[in-house]
Design a protein around this ligand. Structure first.
Ligand code: TRP
Length: 334
């Protein structure tokens, strides 16, 4: 990365299978950045184990996520696509940054409060220091920009605070990252409950469309999605279900809300749902095809993992050695 392109870092947890929401809200937009920026897209398996995971499932979801990154159009030659657990610098820097983060600030994080309510039987220390590891992810690569959704803004803010705090003590060690404000990713809501975000950890399978769902499954889930009792296809806050379907349709086809209203001026919800279903199926078809091909090519995927891990490790160790030196660890003897 010895050029003057800016560095972008982002990641997704391999907890469950990714949804249309993850795709339209993040992944699809990531593919637009690969020429202009140096991008790292991590599969954050260290973060995933802050809630209990089944080992075999975690392994499969991690590999599937990596292949879905590529199938969605992230070129593994241009972007560094890798597993967090393969680059030990994340955990090492995470530890150091733990010593520069206060209990008070961690206990104010909204996501910690939410998750400790949801997983009351397992409020582990990792869940508490989750934002510190995320700061380490970002700071390890001297990241300029982080594309994040609203729910991750507070985490990015903390990464910035930690970087500034550390730099104030030791000099300019970390670049202070900023949020990437690009073409806004669509915020896709749960199909049965359009007031809450579509989430891959949702227990109600009818709330989510998975990237790898079969066409008939996609169609059925959209047909069954919750709408209001009216029949107009208009973009209004009191019609969250229709609004959500319009957001999906718009993200997939590029049409504006007005154009969509006009297109369906003489149709009811049923026709509109079929159109949305067909558009989503058409959008995901090439991705699913590519995924199938990649799944058969173990050697190719393994090589990508090997090459990209090496690239990430190289960059990570540059920052890590600097940090280790600054805090006063003895130099390594070779
Ligand atoms: N916490 C993020 C999420 O759940 C995932 C994540 C981990 C991440 N490390 C990151 C995102 C660094 C951006 C940058 O969505």
């Amino acid at each position: 990365m010895g050029d003057d392109k800016k560095t972008i870092f982002s990641g997704m947890q391999p907890s469950g299978f990714i949804t249309l929401g993850n795709y339209l809200g993040a992944l699809k937009n990531w593919t637009l950045l690969q020429d202009e920026y140096n991008c790292l897209y991590c599969i954050v398996d260290l973060h995933a184990i802050t809630v209990r995971q089944d080992p075999a499932a975690l392994r499969k979801q991690s590999r599937d996520l990596l292949m879905q990154y590529i199938a969605a159009g992230l070129d593994p030659e241009k972007n560094i696509i890798y597993y967090q657990s393969h680059v030990s610098g994340h955990a090492e820097l995470g530890w150091i940054l733990n010593c520069f983060t206060y209990m008070g600030e961690l206990s104010r994080m909204t996501q910690f409060k939410e998750k400790s309510q949801k997983h009351a039987e397992n409020i582990n220390a990792g869940l508490f220091t989750y934002p510190v590891l995320m700061a380490a992810d970002i700071l390890l690569y001297q990241t300029d920009l982080v594309p994040v959704g609203d729910d991750q803004r507070q985490h990015l803010e903390m990464a910035r605070d930690i970087a500034i705090r550390f730099n104030n003590i030791y000099g300019d060690v970390f670049k202070v990252p900023e949020a990437y404000i690009g073409k806004a990713g669509a915020r896709i809501m749960a199909l049965q409950d359009p007031e809450k975000k579509m989430s891959k950890s949702d227990e109600n399978k009818n709330n989510t469309i998975l990237l790898l769902d079969e066409p008939n499954v996609i169609m059925n889930k959209i047909k069954r999605s919750v709408t209001d009792s009216g029949n107009e296809i208009v973009y209004r806050d009191d019609k969250p279900g229709i609004k959500n379907l319009m957001n999906i349709y718009s993200a997939v086809t590029g049409k504006t809300n007005d154009a969509i209203s006009e297109e369906f001026a003489n149709s009811g919800y049923g026709d509109f749902k079929v159109a949305v279903g067909e558009a989503v199926v058409a959008e995901l078809e090439p991705l699913q095809q590519k995924f199938k091909e990649l799944s058969k090519d173990k050697k190719y995927i393994d090589q990508i993992i090997k090459d990209n891990t090496a690239k990430a490790n190289y960059l990570a160790s540059k920052t890590l050695s600097k940090v280790q030196k600054k805090v006063g660890f003895p130099p390594k003897v070779r």
